[in-house]
Design a protein around this ligand. Structure first.
Ligand SMILES: Nc1ncnc2c1ncn2[C@@H]1O[C@H](COP(=O)(O)OP(=O)(O)O)[C@@H](O)[C@H]1O
Ligand SMILES: [Mg+2]
Length: 277
């Protein structure tokens, strides 16, 4: 994608700044209209759904369509409020304040996307509260500043409600500050053209892979924690498009990533044989 930079600093949260052309996104419903309405009304948006079903692609597409720069932060259990807001750093014997990605987005009127927000430390949600109500302010204690978000600023967060972890769920007091959109694995009539386009494999050869993916998804909960993502179907199709035999590609990109358990794997391979046999 055009204009993508990786900015990493020793004492700063790694983030991704994207600007430029809108990447391809095939809508599954009215999510683009809801997102646009939220943006125009300065409301934050929460994207719920399993991994690899198009949330990140959707945000990139919408940011470019709305003409806003996008700061993406992949949240993890060590990510703190200071990582998002900024901190004093030592530069050539002097201490200088360096804005974090959230502060930059607030100042510049950009979209800030906190991917897997529940992974972040607790103090992060505290920072988000004054930004997600109609004050739209970011208090920076260290510099005694209180920033008012620029008009184009928008907060977007994602989380995966499928991980049944009580410790890692969004509190209602946080969740109820967002307009929320649910993402699910696309219906075959959407997933087939998406996978074909992303992998270069023809739709008629993608079709049985999507059928298999949906059979594997139906096993979620019995033996599998999580269903096959669209991302994995794209990987499989990409390997096949490059000349790999279908059964080898399926094992490498659709079965092995799902389970480490030998019995479960055997069960999944039986399903493969039933679809492809
Ligand atoms: N509706 C869609 N339109 C276009 N591409 C899609 C769509 N849904 C999924 N994809 C593809 O699936 C891949 C994984 O999606 P991604 O947005 O990274 O998932 P998530 O952020 O939900 O984990 C994307 O890189 C893209 O190729
Ligand atoms: Mg993502």
């Amino acid at each position: 994608m055009d204009g993508t930079t990786n900015l990493k600093g020793a004492a700063q949260a790694p983030f991704h700044l994207t600007q430029g052309d809108a990447p391809f996104y095939l809508p599954q419903g009215d999510e683009c209209a809801v997102f646009r309405a939220a943006f125009e009304n300065r409301l934050p948006v929460l994207l719920k759904g399993p991994t690899g079903c198009g949330k990140t692609r959707f945000v990139s597409h919408m940011a470019a369509t709305l003409g806003r720069p996008l700061y993406t932060v992949a949240c993890h259990d060590d990510l703190s409020a200071a990582d998002l807001i900024g901190r004093y750093l030592l530069k050539g014997g002097e201490t200088v304040w360096v804005d974090g990605p959230l502060t930059r987005a607030v100042r510049e009127g950009a979209i800030c996307y906190l991917d897997e927000v529940v992974e972040a430390r607790k103090d992060v949600t505290v920072v988000l509260h004054p930004l997600t109500d109609d004050r739209r302010i970011l208090p920076i204690d260290r510099t005694s500043e209180e920033l008012e978000a620029a008009p184009g600023f928008m907060l977007v967060a994602s989380y995966n409600p499928g991980y049944q972890n009580i410790l890692k769920t969004l509190k209602p007091s946080t969740r109820q500050r967002f307009v929320a959109l649910e993402f699910t694995f696309p219906r075959p009539e959407h997933e087939i053209p998406v996978v074909a386009r992303e992998s270069g494999l023809s739709e008629d050869r993608v079709q049985p892979l999507v059928r298999l993916a949906n059979k594997l998804r139906a096993m979620k909960g019995q033996d599998l924690e999580e269903g096959v993502s669209t991302r994995l179907v794209i990987y499989t199709a990409t390997l096949i498009a490059q000349g790999m035999a279908a059964d080898r590609a399926i094992l490498a990109a659709m079965i092995e990533p799902l389970t480490d358990d030998a019995d479960t794997k055997r069960g999944l391979l039986d399903l493969v044989a039933a679809v492809f046999g």
